[in-house]
Design a protein around this ligand. Structure first.
Ligand SMILES: C[S@@+](CC[C@H](N)C(=O)[O-])C[C@H]1O[C@@H](n2cnc3c(N)ncnc32)[C@H](O)[C@@H]1O
Length: 353
Protein backbone atom coordinates (compact mmCIF):
# COMPACT_ATOMS: atom_id res chain seq x y z
CA UNK A 1 0.00 0.00 0.00
CA UNK A 2 1.36 3.42 -0.95
CA UNK A 3 1.66 6.47 1.20
CA UNK A 4 -0.82 9.07 0.02
CA UNK A 5 -2.05 12.41 1.17
CA UNK A 6 -5.24 11.67 3.12
CA UNK A 7 -6.93 14.82 1.93
CA UNK A 8 -7.91 14.70 -1.71
CA UNK A 9 -6.09 16.87 -4.14
CA UNK A 10 -4.24 19.72 -2.71
CA UNK A 11 -3.03 19.12 0.75
CA UNK A 12 -0.19 16.86 1.51
CA UNK A 13 1.53 16.29 4.72
CA UNK A 14 2.22 19.44 6.57
CA UNK A 15 1.74 21.83 3.73
CA UNK A 16 -1.00 23.16 1.61
CA UNK A 17 -0.27 22.52 -1.99
CA UNK A 18 1.33 25.39 -3.82
CA UNK A 19 -0.39 27.10 -6.66
CA UNK A 20 -3.32 28.98 -5.19
CA UNK A 21 -2.77 32.41 -3.81
CA UNK A 22 -4.14 32.89 -0.37
CA UNK A 23 -4.20 29.29 0.86
CA UNK A 24 -1.06 29.56 2.90
CA UNK A 25 -0.89 30.38 6.52
CA UNK A 26 1.71 31.96 8.75
CA UNK A 27 5.03 30.17 9.11
CA UNK A 28 5.38 31.27 12.71
CA UNK A 29 5.84 28.25 14.98
CA UNK A 30 4.94 28.13 18.64
CA UNK A 31 7.89 26.68 20.44
CA UNK A 32 6.71 23.55 22.15
CA UNK A 33 8.69 21.28 24.38
CA UNK A 34 8.75 17.64 23.45
CA UNK A 35 6.94 15.45 25.96
CA UNK A 36 9.17 13.24 28.11
CA UNK A 37 9.55 9.57 27.34
CA UNK A 38 7.01 7.38 29.14
CA UNK A 39 8.36 5.70 32.27
CA UNK A 40 6.81 2.29 31.57
CA UNK A 41 6.21 0.22 28.46
CA UNK A 42 3.59 1.30 25.95
CA UNK A 43 2.07 -0.31 22.89
CA UNK A 44 2.46 1.02 19.37
CA UNK A 45 -1.21 2.02 19.42
CA UNK A 46 -0.78 3.96 22.67
CA UNK A 47 2.31 5.73 21.31
CA UNK A 48 0.48 6.62 18.11
CA UNK A 49 -2.54 7.90 19.99
CA UNK A 50 -0.41 9.87 22.45
CA UNK A 51 1.40 11.70 19.63
CA UNK A 52 -1.74 12.28 17.61
CA UNK A 53 -3.24 14.10 20.62
CA UNK A 54 -0.02 16.00 21.28
CA UNK A 55 0.15 17.12 17.63
CA UNK A 56 -3.49 18.23 17.86
CA UNK A 57 -2.84 20.23 21.04
CA UNK A 58 0.22 21.93 19.55
CA UNK A 59 -1.39 22.76 16.22
CA UNK A 60 0.66 20.42 14.01
CA UNK A 61 -1.13 19.87 10.70
CA UNK A 62 -2.58 16.44 9.90
CA UNK A 63 -1.94 15.05 13.41
CA UNK A 64 -3.57 11.71 12.78
CA UNK A 65 -1.72 10.88 9.59
CA UNK A 66 1.57 12.21 10.95
CA UNK A 67 1.61 9.85 13.93
CA UNK A 68 0.32 6.96 11.80
CA UNK A 69 2.98 7.28 9.14
CA UNK A 70 5.73 7.61 11.73
CA UNK A 71 4.71 4.50 13.70
CA UNK A 72 4.18 2.52 10.47
CA UNK A 73 7.68 3.50 9.34
CA UNK A 74 9.16 2.43 12.68
CA UNK A 75 7.43 -0.93 12.43
CA UNK A 76 8.74 -1.48 8.91
CA UNK A 77 5.60 -0.72 6.91
CA UNK A 78 4.39 2.16 4.76
CA UNK A 79 0.94 2.51 6.29
CA UNK A 80 -0.73 1.21 9.44
CA UNK A 81 -3.24 -0.59 7.22
CA UNK A 82 -0.44 -2.70 5.79
CA UNK A 83 0.91 -3.71 9.22
CA UNK A 84 0.67 -7.32 10.29
CA UNK A 85 -2.55 -7.96 12.24
CA UNK A 86 -2.07 -7.34 15.95
CA UNK A 87 1.21 -5.42 15.51
CA UNK A 88 -0.22 -2.19 16.91
CA UNK A 89 -1.26 -3.92 20.11
CA UNK A 90 2.29 -5.12 20.82
CA UNK A 91 4.56 -3.34 23.28
CA UNK A 92 7.31 -1.21 21.75
CA UNK A 93 10.88 -1.96 22.75
CA UNK A 94 12.72 0.79 24.62
CA UNK A 95 14.71 1.62 21.45
CA UNK A 96 11.58 1.86 19.31
CA UNK A 97 9.91 4.09 21.91
CA UNK A 98 12.97 6.36 21.89
CA UNK A 99 12.92 6.44 18.07
CA UNK A 100 9.21 7.27 18.07
CA UNK A 101 9.86 10.18 20.42
CA UNK A 102 12.80 11.38 18.34
CA UNK A 103 10.91 11.30 15.03
CA UNK A 104 7.74 12.81 16.46
CA UNK A 105 9.77 15.60 18.06
CA UNK A 106 11.06 16.42 14.58
CA UNK A 107 7.46 16.57 13.34
CA UNK A 108 6.69 18.80 16.33
CA UNK A 109 9.26 21.26 14.97
CA UNK A 110 7.02 21.24 11.85
CA UNK A 111 9.39 19.18 9.74
CA UNK A 112 7.27 17.60 6.96
CA UNK A 113 6.63 13.92 7.63
CA UNK A 114 8.34 13.03 4.33
CA UNK A 115 11.64 14.39 5.71
CA UNK A 116 10.99 12.86 9.13
CA UNK A 117 10.77 9.33 7.74
CA UNK A 118 13.24 10.04 4.92
CA UNK A 119 11.18 8.72 2.04
CA UNK A 120 7.87 9.11 0.22
CA UNK A 121 5.94 7.55 -2.62
CA UNK A 122 5.56 9.16 -6.01
CA UNK A 123 3.40 7.11 -8.38
CA UNK A 124 4.89 3.61 -8.12
CA UNK A 125 8.29 4.75 -6.82
CA UNK A 126 9.51 5.12 -3.25
CA UNK A 127 11.97 8.00 -3.27
CA UNK A 128 14.45 9.15 -0.66
CA UNK A 129 13.57 12.57 0.73
CA UNK A 130 15.95 14.96 2.46
CA UNK A 131 15.73 18.64 3.32
CA UNK A 132 15.96 21.05 1.64
CA UNK A 133 15.14 19.22 -1.60
CA UNK A 134 11.57 19.90 -2.74
CA UNK A 135 9.03 17.20 -1.78
CA UNK A 136 7.07 16.12 -4.87
CA UNK A 137 3.39 17.15 -4.70
CA UNK A 138 0.51 14.93 -5.79
CA UNK A 139 -0.39 17.14 -8.78
CA UNK A 140 3.03 16.45 -10.29
CA UNK A 141 1.94 12.83 -10.64
CA UNK A 142 -0.73 14.24 -12.96
CA UNK A 143 1.96 16.00 -14.98
CA UNK A 144 3.78 12.68 -15.44
CA UNK A 145 0.55 10.94 -16.48
CA UNK A 146 -0.12 13.68 -18.98
CA UNK A 147 3.33 13.32 -20.58
CA UNK A 148 3.02 9.53 -20.70
CA UNK A 149 -0.44 9.63 -22.27
CA UNK A 150 0.64 12.24 -24.77
CA UNK A 151 3.67 10.21 -25.81
CA UNK A 152 1.60 7.09 -26.28
CA UNK A 153 -1.21 8.87 -28.15
CA UNK A 154 0.67 11.26 -30.37
CA UNK A 155 3.59 9.87 -32.33
CA UNK A 156 3.43 13.05 -34.44
CA UNK A 157 4.79 15.02 -31.47
CA UNK A 158 8.21 13.97 -32.66
CA UNK A 159 8.26 11.08 -30.25
CA UNK A 160 7.20 7.68 -31.32
CA UNK A 161 6.91 4.59 -29.20
CA UNK A 162 9.04 2.60 -31.60
CA UNK A 163 11.85 5.18 -31.78
CA UNK A 164 13.93 6.29 -28.83
CA UNK A 165 12.37 9.31 -27.15
CA UNK A 166 14.59 11.61 -25.16
CA UNK A 167 13.58 13.89 -22.34
CA UNK A 168 15.09 16.82 -20.49
CA UNK A 169 13.79 17.76 -17.06
CA UNK A 170 14.61 21.24 -15.80
CA UNK A 171 14.66 21.36 -11.99
CA UNK A 172 14.68 17.67 -11.07
CA UNK A 173 14.57 18.01 -7.25
CA UNK A 174 14.42 14.45 -5.90
CA UNK A 175 14.23 13.05 -9.45
CA UNK A 176 10.53 12.19 -9.17
CA UNK A 177 9.46 13.19 -12.70
CA UNK A 178 12.43 11.84 -14.66
CA UNK A 179 12.66 8.57 -12.73
CA UNK A 180 8.94 8.02 -12.99
CA UNK A 181 8.97 8.58 -16.76
CA UNK A 182 11.98 6.28 -17.16
CA UNK A 183 10.34 3.56 -15.09
CA UNK A 184 7.18 3.70 -17.23
CA UNK A 185 8.88 4.02 -20.61
CA UNK A 186 11.69 1.47 -21.01
CA UNK A 187 12.75 2.99 -24.35
CA UNK A 188 13.16 6.51 -22.92
CA UNK A 189 16.50 8.18 -22.18
CA UNK A 190 16.52 11.25 -19.98
CA UNK A 191 18.64 14.15 -18.83
CA UNK A 192 17.86 15.88 -15.55
CA UNK A 193 19.35 19.13 -14.32
CA UNK A 194 19.04 21.29 -11.24
CA UNK A 195 20.74 24.40 -9.89
CA UNK A 196 20.87 22.82 -6.44
CA UNK A 197 23.71 20.43 -5.60
CA UNK A 198 21.49 18.85 -2.91
CA UNK A 199 18.88 18.07 -5.57
CA UNK A 200 21.43 16.66 -8.00
CA UNK A 201 22.86 14.40 -5.28
CA UNK A 202 19.43 13.18 -4.18
CA UNK A 203 18.32 12.49 -7.77
CA UNK A 204 21.50 10.45 -8.26
CA UNK A 205 20.82 8.47 -5.06
CA UNK A 206 17.24 7.80 -6.14
CA UNK A 207 18.40 6.84 -9.63
CA UNK A 208 20.75 4.21 -8.15
CA UNK A 209 17.99 3.00 -5.84
CA UNK A 210 15.72 2.46 -8.88
CA UNK A 211 18.53 0.97 -10.97
CA UNK A 212 17.87 3.48 -13.75
CA UNK A 213 21.44 4.77 -14.01
CA UNK A 214 21.99 3.51 -17.54
CA UNK A 215 19.30 5.82 -18.95
CA UNK A 216 19.65 9.04 -16.94
CA UNK A 217 22.30 11.75 -17.07
CA UNK A 218 22.23 14.32 -14.30
CA UNK A 219 23.81 17.79 -14.43
CA UNK A 220 24.32 20.49 -11.87
CA UNK A 221 23.33 23.46 -14.02
CA UNK A 222 21.38 26.68 -13.62
CA UNK A 223 19.08 27.24 -16.56
CA UNK A 224 19.20 31.01 -15.98
CA UNK A 225 22.98 31.39 -16.03
CA UNK A 226 24.47 28.25 -17.64
CA UNK A 227 22.56 28.75 -20.88
CA UNK A 228 25.17 27.52 -23.35
CA UNK A 229 26.03 24.48 -21.24
CA UNK A 230 22.34 23.60 -21.00
CA UNK A 231 21.90 23.82 -24.77
CA UNK A 232 25.20 22.04 -25.45
CA UNK A 233 24.75 19.15 -23.03
CA UNK A 234 21.00 18.68 -23.12
CA UNK A 235 19.90 18.87 -26.76
CA UNK A 236 18.28 17.72 -28.91
CA UNK A 237 15.44 16.11 -26.96
CA UNK A 238 11.87 15.34 -27.93
CA UNK A 239 10.37 16.22 -24.54
CA UNK A 240 11.16 19.07 -22.19
CA UNK A 241 9.35 18.74 -18.89
CA UNK A 242 9.45 20.92 -15.81
CA UNK A 243 7.74 21.64 -12.55
CA UNK A 244 9.68 24.89 -12.09
CA UNK A 245 9.57 27.35 -9.21
CA UNK A 246 6.40 29.33 -9.98
CA UNK A 247 5.21 31.03 -6.79
CA UNK A 248 4.88 34.79 -6.83
CA UNK A 249 7.66 36.24 -4.65
CA UNK A 250 5.14 38.22 -2.61
CA UNK A 251 3.53 34.95 -1.48
CA UNK A 252 6.72 33.43 -0.12
CA UNK A 253 6.31 35.12 3.27
CA UNK A 254 2.95 33.47 3.85
CA UNK A 255 4.01 29.89 3.22
CA UNK A 256 3.20 27.32 5.87
CA UNK A 257 5.91 26.70 8.44
CA UNK A 258 6.67 23.28 7.01
CA UNK A 259 7.46 24.69 3.59
CA UNK A 260 9.04 27.97 4.67
CA UNK A 261 11.40 26.45 7.21
CA UNK A 262 12.44 23.22 5.53
CA UNK A 263 12.19 23.44 1.74
CA UNK A 264 14.62 25.24 -0.54
CA UNK A 265 13.14 28.65 -1.36
CA UNK A 266 14.72 28.61 -4.80
CA UNK A 267 12.57 25.57 -5.58
CA UNK A 268 9.47 27.69 -4.99
CA UNK A 269 10.08 31.36 -5.71
CA UNK A 270 9.40 32.14 -9.36
CA UNK A 271 10.07 35.87 -9.05
CA UNK A 272 7.65 38.80 -9.14
CA UNK A 273 5.23 37.20 -11.64
CA UNK A 274 6.20 33.58 -10.91
CA UNK A 275 7.49 33.29 -14.47
CA UNK A 276 11.23 33.90 -14.14
CA UNK A 277 12.38 30.32 -14.76
CA UNK A 278 9.40 29.49 -16.99
CA UNK A 279 10.24 32.29 -19.47
CA UNK A 280 13.84 31.11 -19.62
CA UNK A 281 12.78 27.49 -20.28
CA UNK A 282 10.48 28.67 -23.08
CA UNK A 283 13.14 30.91 -24.58
CA UNK A 284 15.62 28.01 -24.69
CA UNK A 285 13.09 25.38 -25.77
CA UNK A 286 13.46 25.87 -29.56
CA UNK A 287 17.23 25.37 -29.21
CA UNK A 288 16.80 22.26 -27.07
CA UNK A 289 13.89 20.47 -28.74
CA UNK A 290 13.88 18.47 -31.93
CA UNK A 291 11.26 19.58 -34.45
CA UNK A 292 7.73 18.88 -33.14
CA UNK A 293 9.20 18.21 -29.71
CA UNK A 294 7.01 19.31 -26.81
CA UNK A 295 7.28 21.28 -23.59
CA UNK A 296 5.18 20.19 -20.60
CA UNK A 297 4.98 22.59 -17.67
CA UNK A 298 3.30 22.57 -14.28
CA UNK A 299 2.32 26.14 -13.40
CA UNK A 300 0.17 28.35 -11.19
CA UNK A 301 -3.49 28.56 -12.33
CA UNK A 302 -2.92 32.22 -13.23
CA UNK A 303 -0.09 31.35 -15.61
CA UNK A 304 -1.51 29.54 -18.65
CA UNK A 305 -3.08 32.64 -20.22
CA UNK A 306 -0.03 34.76 -19.47
CA UNK A 307 2.27 32.12 -20.95
CA UNK A 308 0.14 31.77 -24.07
CA UNK A 309 0.31 35.53 -24.71
CA UNK A 310 3.98 35.82 -23.85
CA UNK A 311 5.03 32.97 -26.14
CA UNK A 312 3.04 34.37 -29.04
CA UNK A 313 4.89 37.65 -28.73
CA UNK A 314 8.34 36.37 -27.83
CA UNK A 315 9.13 32.85 -29.06
CA UNK A 316 8.49 32.43 -32.76
CA UNK A 317 9.27 28.72 -32.96
CA UNK A 318 6.95 27.61 -30.16
CA UNK A 319 3.24 27.02 -30.58
CA UNK A 320 0.98 26.93 -27.54
CA UNK A 321 -0.97 23.69 -27.90
CA UNK A 322 -3.24 23.55 -24.89
CA UNK A 323 -3.87 24.00 -21.19
CA UNK A 324 -4.80 20.97 -19.11
CA UNK A 325 -6.66 21.03 -15.81
CA UNK A 326 -5.81 19.09 -12.70
CA UNK A 327 -8.26 16.78 -10.92
CA UNK A 328 -9.79 19.71 -9.06
CA UNK A 329 -10.43 21.53 -12.34
CA UNK A 330 -7.74 24.19 -12.05
CA UNK A 331 -5.70 25.07 -15.16
CA UNK A 332 -2.29 23.78 -14.11
CA UNK A 333 -0.45 22.28 -17.07
CA UNK A 334 0.74 23.87 -20.32
CA UNK A 335 1.70 22.01 -23.48
CA UNK A 336 3.71 23.73 -26.21
CA UNK A 337 5.28 22.43 -29.38
CA UNK A 338 8.29 23.40 -31.42
CA UNK A 339 7.46 24.27 -34.99
CA UNK A 340 9.76 25.60 -37.61
CA UNK A 341 9.77 29.38 -37.91
CA UNK A 342 8.40 31.06 -41.07
CA UNK A 343 11.98 31.80 -42.06
CA UNK A 344 12.96 28.10 -41.77
CA UNK A 345 9.86 27.06 -43.71
CA UNK A 346 10.63 29.52 -46.49
CA UNK A 347 14.20 28.26 -46.65
CA UNK A 348 12.97 24.67 -46.77
CA UNK A 349 10.66 25.48 -49.69
CA UNK A 350 13.34 27.49 -51.49
CA UNK A 351 11.36 30.72 -51.23
CA UNK A 352 14.39 32.71 -50.10
CA UNK A 353 17.53 33.53 -51.96
C1 LIG B 1 9.22 22.98 -7.67
S1 LIG B 1 10.75 22.15 -7.57
C2 LIG B 1 10.41 20.68 -8.52
C3 LIG B 1 11.27 19.52 -8.19
C4 LIG B 1 10.85 18.20 -8.85
N1 LIG B 1 10.86 18.31 -10.28
C5 LIG B 1 9.46 17.81 -8.38
O1 LIG B 1 8.49 18.03 -9.12
O2 LIG B 1 9.35 17.29 -7.28
C6 LIG B 1 11.72 23.14 -8.67
C7 LIG B 1 13.16 22.66 -8.85
O3 LIG B 1 13.78 23.54 -9.79
C8 LIG B 1 15.08 23.83 -9.37
N2 LIG B 1 15.45 25.14 -9.95
C9 LIG B 1 15.05 26.37 -9.55
N3 LIG B 1 15.62 27.31 -10.31
C10 LIG B 1 16.40 26.66 -11.21
C11 LIG B 1 17.26 27.10 -12.25
N4 LIG B 1 17.42 28.40 -12.51
N5 LIG B 1 17.94 26.18 -12.98
C12 LIG B 1 17.79 24.85 -12.71
N6 LIG B 1 16.98 24.38 -11.72
C13 LIG B 1 16.28 25.26 -11.00
C14 LIG B 1 14.99 23.85 -7.84
O4 LIG B 1 16.27 23.65 -7.27
C15 LIG B 1 14.00 22.71 -7.59
O5 LIG B 1 14.67 21.50 -7.39
Amino acid sequence: MWRRSMSTGYTCFGYKSIGLKGVWVSHAVHTCNAPVLPAGRITALQAMDFWKKHFERTGVAEPDQSSQYIIAHLLGAKTIESLEHGKLAEFLSHEKTEQMWKLCTKRLSRMPVQYVIGEWDFRDLTLKMRPPVFIPRPETEELVELVLTDLEMKPETGVSVDTHPTCLEVGCGSGAISLSLLKSLPQLKAIALDQSQDAVTLTAENMLRMELGDRLQIYHLDVLTDTEAVVGLCSPVSVLVSNPPYLFSEDMASLEAEVFRFEDHSALDGGKDGLKVIKQILTLAPRILSNHGRVYLEVDPQHPLLIQRWVKENVEELRYIETRRDITGRPRFCILQKEKSNQDRELAFGLRN
